[in-house]
Every structure is written in C-alpha cells, then in structure tokens.
Design a protein around this ligand. Structure first.
Ligand SMILES: NC(=O)c1ccc[n+]([C@@H]2O[C@H](COP(=O)([O-])OP(=O)(O)OC[C@H]3O[C@@H](n4cnc5c(N)ncnc54)[C@H](OP(=O)(O)O)[C@@H]3O)[C@@H](O)[C@H]2O)c1
Length: 325
C-alpha cells in the first residue's frame, strides 16, 4: 500500500485557514494535520513528529504548508521549520501565508505575458503590503525597474531598502502617492501598474490612469469594491480597455490557484524543497511554458538558500502543462 500523503498545516492564526485546507485536499493530500495558533517555539517539535516517523525514502510523502493572515509571523514559523531540519531529515515546505506568494507570482506572470519585463518601468501602488513587496521582488528579478508607492514616503523608502537587501541587483524607487497630482507623477513613464492595496480601497481614478500615456498593462489585485484601479473589472483577464490590457483580481486568481495546486503537488515529489515567492513564480512559468523547473535544495540552518531554477523536458498534458493562461 502506498504511503499516505500527509500535509502538516502550520498557521499562526487561531482559526486555521479553511481555504488552504480545501486546496490541499483538492490537490490530492490524503491526511491533513491542521495546527492553528502556532508560534515559532512550537514548530520544532511539530516538525520532529513529521520527520522521525517515516523512512528517508518515504519522507517525500510528508510535507508542510505554512499559511496565516500575518505574513511576518508566518515567516518566523518558516525560519523555525527550516532550522529544525538536519542532514537528510527534512521535508518540503510550501510557504504561502495569506496567498501572498502565489498571488504576487500570478500578477507578475500576467504582466509578463503582455510586456517584456526586463528594463520595464513598473509601479506597484500600495506596494508596501506583503503581496506588493513580493510582486516587487519578482519584477526586479526579471529585470524591471520597480516604483513602490505608499501614502507615506518614509514607508515606501523603508520597503525599497529592505527589497534592495533581498534583491541586490534590483532598482526600487519610492513614491509618495496621496492625491491625483502625486499619482500622475508616479505613473509618468510607467508601462505596467500593479495595484496591491488593501480591500475596498480605490488607489487610482480612471482620470489619472487615462492621462498615463505610456501605460500598457493594468493589474488590480483588490476584488472588493471599490476596486483599486477604477475601470478595471475584477473579472478582467487580459481584457482590452482603451487599448490597454487589464487584469482584475479574479482574472489573476485563476493562475494563482493553478500555481497553488501545482506547488502542493511539487512538495510531495521530493523532500528538500522550500517553495517561496520566487519558486511560486517559476512554477507559474512552468505551467505556462509546459517545462519542468528543477529547484535547488534548502539549507539545513535557519537560512534558506535559493538556487536558480532550471528547466527540463516539456511536460505532457497529462502531467499538467501547459495551463491555459
Ligand atoms: N486574489 C487573491 O487570491 C488574493 C490573495 C491575497 C491578497 N489579495 C489581495 O491583494 C491585495 C494586497 O494584499 P495585501 O495583503 O498585501 O494587502 P494589505 O497589506 O492589506 O494592504 C496593502 C497596502 O495597502 C495600503 N492601504 C491600506 N489601507 C489603506 C487605505 N485605507 N487607503 C489607502 N491605502 C491603504 C497600505 O499601504 P501604505 O500604508 O503604504 O499606503 C498597505 O501596505 C488586497 O486587495 C488583497 O485582498 C488577493
């Protein structure tokens, strides 16, 4: 009898994400061990329960999902989980708190379908939240210049500094956007805008967007009205509006779900993966191009080493690629 696929769901929230549990079950997980209200100091023993119970050959059938609404707290769980591993005693981890990684990956993939990202001038409105910061990281790794807008210049500047520490080769430029004039200035020369603001907050009026003559791709991640970019419908998926390509939150969400499910499948293929935003993006590329990305392995200390994913043979339709984008 094959060993059951066990997913240990670690969530810092007292109420564990039902969304993440449903996606896990729908992705073929046999047994879901759901732990909520988890703090970093509890992670090691939970991980030990997972890695000491099966043979090395069977460990790839055990994996961890780290979620939760507070992304920075979830990051402490990730660090603790990776720090619990030693030698071959490890399992793969999917890290997607609040859907931040898969959503950012799907947004950047959407942008890249319609505009060359290398050298592109891009703007992330409300780019200081978890989704915006991850989208910024991914854009910069593709060679785009990234403007980060916030209501407060200090906040945008601080986020740009921490992004630069993560992506040394990246160009991050802080912008304060608090009215139509500052928004127009931030949009000047921008080809791709991603609105990553909180739910129910409009970040850009249609009048300001229409004045941005270089703008070609508009992506809004806020589905809850009012949406972030006036005139973009949440259902838009590569929808042409006034000669521009528009994506709404639900239009992006289809790709996000595919990445989430594929990532869940990947963590049961080997026992040494840590799938973060960059890997989510590579998995999205894999789905679009029909090629398998082979990731490097993780470090045994609390830090996570990332090696550039490389592509292998195209996948067959049965294996899942390419997805309809
Ligand atoms: N489709 C999906 O599956 C999916 C998954 C995850 C998230 N999302 C969506 O993606 C978006 C970003 O998520 P997130 O978690 O990164 O967002 P967040 O942390 O809640 O907010 C992002 C930024 O929005 C700005 N903001 C907050 N309240 C505001 C207000 N009243 N007026 C103007 N700006 C305000 C803040 O920027 P400043 O303070 O710097 O101005 C904040 O850093 C959300 O709309 C979320 O619903 C979608």
């Amino acid at each position: 009898m094959p060993t059951a696929k066990i997913l240990l769901q670690l969530d810092p929230d007292p109420q564990i994400s039902v969304f993440d549990s449903v996606v896990a079950v729908d992705s073929g997980v046999d047994q879901l061990f759901r732990h909520g209200g988890v703090s970093a100091d509890q992670v090691r023993d939970l991980v030990y329960g997972l890695i000491f119970t099966r043979s090395l050959a069977e460990l790839k059938n055990s994996a961890i999902f780290i979620g939760g609404s507070d992304v920075s707290t979830a990051e402490t769980l990730l660090k603790a989980a990776v720090g619990s591993f030693f030698g071959p005693m490890r399992v793969s981890i999917l890290f997607d708190p609040n859907g931040a990684n898969t959503t950012a990956a799907a947004a950047v993939l959407a942008a890249g379908r319609h505009h060359e990202l290398a050298g592109a001038e891009t703007l992330i409105l409300a780019g200081t939240g978890p989704v915006g910061q991850r989208a910024a990281r991914l854009l910069a790794r593709q060679g785009a210049r990234v403007r980060i807008a916030s209501r407060k210049l200090e906040k945008a500047t601080s986020v740009c500094e921490s992004l630069k520490a993560e992506v040394a080769e990246g160009t991050f430029l802080p912008y304060a956007v608090s009215d139509e004039a500052s928004l127009t200035a931030a949009l000047a020369g921008v080809a791709v805008v991603i609105a990553a603001g909180a739910a129910n907050v409009q970040l850009a009026a249609a009048s300001a967007l229409s004045q941005a003559t270089d703008l070609q791709v508009l992506i809004d991640l806020n589905a809850a009205p009012p949406v972030g970019l006036e005139g973009v419908d949440p259902m838009d998926k590569a929808k042409q509006r006034d000669g521009r390509i528009c994506y709404g939150a639900i239009g992006v969400g289809g790709t996000k779900m595919k990445i989430h499910k594929r990532a869940l499948a990947r963590i049961f293929e080997q026992n040494d993966l840590v799938l973060n935003a960059e890997e989510a993006y590579e998995i999205g590329r894999e789905l679009e191009l029909g090629r398998v990305v082979i990731f490097g392995t993780t470090a045994s200390s609390g830090t996570i080493q990332r090696k550039t994913g490389r592509t292998a043979e195209p996948r067959s339709a049965e294996q899942g690629g390419p997805a309809d984008a």
